[in-house]
Design a protein around this ligand. Structure first.
Ligand SMILES: Cc1ncc(COP(=O)(O)O)c(C=O)c1O
Length: 465
């Protein structure tokens, strides 16, 4: 059963995305590929801006570019009218290439190098988000050397439990941020240092958070801290509540509390919670947000082709065959959608070339890599995907909600070229990323016999070469 989202329809048994027949496209260009919807990017940005500014006018949104830093995507986000969060020198460079002004950029990161700090200070980014007391001192040192005070937000772990995948927890014992016990002293240090200009408190508490309670608790604690910091003589002008808003990867009417792939919350629910606390306690305080997944997640499909099929015995503990399993292998695995093995992420799938047929037959669905782990999680916590009975090699399988943390994490494992990406709009297609060529697969390798000094432009030649 295909879930239709308005701009996704079925025509002649094929899945159509914003007017583009993805099966016809898959017959014309190499699979796997991603197909993005610029219309959805605009919808998501305006839903986010409206939900928050309606409730708290002084809100600014910074798209978390780690979710999708493709230049075309960044350009769409910029044109839609929001700013950018970056997490490395590379993302800062891409942000500037995509036309974001330094004042539109927030620089995050849990292990910033001196070079990255210098680049951010010299560019004059809106704020560097500080991950530790050690890093605060490092930023002060670099800013003093550059001769320009660094605007800083301190990221504090406000110790709230989050309802999300264990790999995505960033507060409450997670890696990022300054311990709450040390926060006041860190702000006092920043306030007293002439090379530092403390501006705000940063609280990103995790990703795909499927409840509003963690935000309620985090914002309350954050406002307590902002009051204490002001009382200590360091007034702050904003609270950065981070991102983390969940999207529904699983299509279910009711979500189990621990099922972080299922979310019944809308952006309005998150806005109501966060702005509710802010309006009650500090209506004049600026709110910053850094959403990634909730802007880019549902803007892309991953389109793949089935290349192999087999039936294998299902065996009990004693090795007796107790049934059969039908397997299908598509041409994208964790090289293209890393999260499926990294976090056992669940992406809804449909057989786009049989979109009008009943999806009533269980199949195991696997990727093309040689690893036994390159097998996709099944529906409803079973090992199986429900597909039409006749599904076979040559059919086109689409993965939904593949726009966040996907292009970013592709890798050429098994020497498989990283996939292309297209934008679809009202039946028209535009390439926004080319697939790797075979030459790309060896572009960074030094050919046997070549001089080590002849490394690629921008690379560092090894000492003594
Ligand atoms: C500091 C920071 N801000 C924003 C985000 C974006 O989170 P999400 O994509 O869940 O909105 C992340 C990712 O976890 C992050 O680490």
């Amino acid at each position: 059963m295909v879930h239709l989202d308005g701009d996704i329809t079925v025509s002649d048994g094929h899945l159509v995305f914003d007017g583009v027949d993805v099966v016809a496209l898959a017959r014309r260009v190499a699979t796997p590929f991603f197909v993005f919807s610029p219309r959805r990017i605009r919808w998501n940005v305006s839903a986010m801006v409206n939900a928050f500014t309606r409730r708290h006018l002084d809100t600014e949104i910074f798209f978390a570019s780690k979710a999708c830093s493709n230049l075309w995507f960044l350009d769409q986000v910029r044109r839609a009218g929001i700013n950018l969060e970056v997490n490395s020198g590379g993302e800062l460079w891409k942000a500037q290439r995509a036309g974001f002004a330094p004042a539109q950029i927030i620089f995050n990161g849990v292990a910033k190098t001196r070079d990255e700090i210098r680049a951010a200070v010299e560019a004059g980014v809106r704020a560097l988000v500080v991950d530790s007391v050690y890093e605060l001192e490092r930023i002060a040192e670099v800013a003093a050397a550059v001769g320009r005070p660094a605007a800083v937000d301190l990221r504090v772990d406000v110790n709230v439990a989050t309802l999300t995948h264990p790999g995505l927890v960033t507060a409450h014992g997670g890696k990022p941020g300054i311990d709450l016990d040390d926060a006041l002293e860190a702000f006092a240090f920043a306030g007293a240092h002439e090379a530092l200009a403390p501006r705000g408190l940063h609280l990103h508490i995790g990703s795909q958070i499927t409840g509003v309670e963690p935000y309620l608790a985090a914002v309350e604690k954050g406002l307590d801290l902002i009051e204490a910091v002001a009382a200590a003589g360091v007034p702050l002008d904003h609270l950065n509540a981070g991102g983390g808003f969940a999207i529904p990867y699983r299509d279910q009417p009711v979500c189990e509390p621990v099922d972080y792939f299922c979310s019944a919350l809308t952006i309005d629910d998150y806005a109501e919670a966060i702005c509710g606390v802010l309006e009650r306690r500090r209506p004049g305080l600026k709110l910053l947000l850094e959403p990634g997944r909730s802007i880019s997640g549902n803007t892309a499909l991953l389109v793949t082709t089935i290349e192999n099929t087999k039936v294998k015995g299902l065996r009990d503990a004693a090795g007796r065959r107790v049934g059969d399993e039908r397997w299908l292998t598509v041409d994208a695995g964790f090289n293209t959608l890393l999260e499926h093995t990294n976090y056992r992420w669940y992406y809804r799938t449909v057989v786009a070339s049989r979109a009008a047929e009943a999806a009533d037959t269980p199949f195991r669905l696997a990727g093309p890599l040689c690893d036994g782990g390159d097998v996709f999680a099944g529906d409803d916590d079973t090992p199986y995907r429900s597909f039409p009975a006749a599904t076979a090699p040559g059919d086109v399988v689409v993965f939904f909600d593949a726009g966040a943390y996907s292009l970013e994490m592709m890798n050429p494992y098994n020497a498989r070229p990283r996939a292309a990406a297209y934008a679809a709009h009202e039946g028209e297609i535009q390439m926004i990323r080319a697939a790797d060529t075979l030459d790309d697969l060896i572009a960074c390798d030094v050919e046997p016999g070549a001089s080590t000094a002849a490394t690629r432009a921008g690379g560092k030649a090894p000492a003594g070469s």
